[in-house]
Design a protein around this ligand. Structure first.
Ligand SMILES: C[S@@+](CC[C@H](N)C(=O)[O-])C[C@H]1O[C@@H](n2cnc3c(N)ncnc32)[C@H](O)[C@@H]1O
Length: 391
């Protein structure tokens, strides 16, 4: 592809990504994959170059830009080679006209920047939310060792405080290691460890999704005990079984929940769990490094609905914990309404529950829990709190 054709491809992709953000469509990664699936003429270098251009443009625009072209014109302001690729050639974009609309540079939509400032995140912290993420993996100690994986992947580095974690060089091929390693951000591994799951326990992973944390819990439990892996999303939950099989995890039992009637499928475990982990659905502000266009999708209404679901899931989770057991609440968001304030509100409703201290290898205290941020901890952003049930 010529430089112009690459830019034109990036413009078309960005237009689709912007539309998907407004309409609740597919994620940017999926859109890029689909685009190239039907364009076999594009070689791997072209694909990589177009993808990088698309994600650089997404990162540069805090608010959703009006068009893909406006987003790329923002990058072209500081990049002469990119500006020159607007050359009007057969497969390239039209030359840049004077006074053309250019997208506005920024880290996040203004309303979210305001909420983050209110959560004591400064502009450096906010900018770090859209930096490139490292490639972290959890080594599955049920089937291998960190030393064995280190010996096979050149450049793999330990992550302080996480004995099962490795940080791999960008672009490392993890596919051949299925079952032996799981791609999982260091922050996600840290909040999983906050559950303090032990062999023989009964643990409920109330929002298990495709089982990223379920598998981490199972490894901590040495694959003994029970994990009830519940979720309302059939497709996500369906991915758990093959992943568990590959990881040789036998203690995870998937349970599909009905949204709004979660407790009904879980009555058997009422007051029975040693630990309930709620990795709650959230705005995902802490994972913008991986899905930077997600910041264009969020609206105040959507956030309010998520906060209400989190409140309800805390209620459901509390009903499943046995006396003296623990409720571990996690969100991959840095907004206080989803994190510290959500837990404060729970404690106000349930004064006999108390926040247990968390000693984690990273993070800073925030309200009754701990907050991890990309700028401070070099992890995705998370809030985690551990609440102890009354005896
Ligand atoms: C942050 S994701 C969980 C990620 C997963 N724990 C992991 O580590 O890979 C939140 C999950 O909550 C699920 N969810 C949304 N509403 C729910 C509800 N009412 N009850 C249970 N799960 C719900 C979503 O389907 C999604 O899989």
């Amino acid at each position: 592809m010529t430089p112009g054709a690459r830019v034109q491809a990036a413009i078309e992709l960005l237009d689709q990504i912007i539309a998907a953000a407004h309409e609740g469509g597919a994620a940017a990664d999926t859109i890029v994959q689909r685009y190239f699936a039907t364009r076999r003429y594009a070689g791997s270098k072209d694909r990589r170059a177009v993808r990088e251009l698309v994600f650089a443009a997404i990162r540069a625009c805090g608010e959703a830009p009006a068009t893909g072209r406006a987003a790329l014109l923002l990058l072209a302001r500081d990049d002469n080679a990119l500006a020159a690729a607007f050359d009007g050639s057969a497969h390239g974009p039209a030359p840049i006209a004077e006074d053309e609309p250019v997208a506005v540079a920024g880290s996040a939509p203004a309303w979210l920047v305001e909420r983050m400032h209110a959560a004591d995140l400064n502009d450096t912290e906010i900018a770090a939310l859209i930096a490139r993420a490292p490639l972290d993996v959890r080594v599955n100690r049920l089937v291998t060792t960190v030393e064995a994986i280190e010996a096979e992947i050149p450049g793999a580095a330990h992550i302080e405080g996480l004995p099962d974690a490795l940080r791999l060089p960008a672009g490392s091929d993890v596919a051949p290691f299925a079952g032996r390693i799981e791609v999982q951000d260091a922050g996600s591994q840290i909040v999983s460890a906050a559950a303090r799951a032990e062999p023989g326990m009964t643990v409920i992973d109330l929002c298990a999704g495709a089982g990223g944390k379920t598998l981490a819990l199972a490894a901590a439990m040495q694959n003994t005990g029970r994990i009830i892996a519940a979720d309302t999303d059939r497709a996500r939950l369906g991915k758990l079984k093959p992943r568990a099989d590959a990881a040789e995890v036998t203690i995870a039992e998937p349970v599909l929940l009905d949204p709004g009637r979660e407790f009904e499928a879980l009555t058997e475990w009422r007051g029975a769990a040693d630990v309930v982990l709620i990795d709650a659905p959230c705005s995902g502000t802490g994972t913008w490094r991986r899905n930077p266009e997600a910041r264009w999708r969020l609206t105040p209404d959507r956030l309010a609905r998520l906060v209400e679901t989190q409140r309800r899931l805390l209620q459901v989770g509390a009903g499943l914990v046995k006396p003296d057991g623990a409720l571990v609440y996690v969100v991959c968001s840095l907004l206080d309404e989803e994190g510290a304030e959500q837990v404060d509100a729970f404690r106000a409703r349930h004064p006999r529950w108390h926040a247990a201290p968390l000693v984690l290898p990273a993070g800073r205290a925030r309200g009754a829990g701990v907050r991890l941020t990309p700028a401070h901890d070099d992890t995705d952003g998370f809030f985690v709190a551990r609440l102890s049930a009354p005896c």
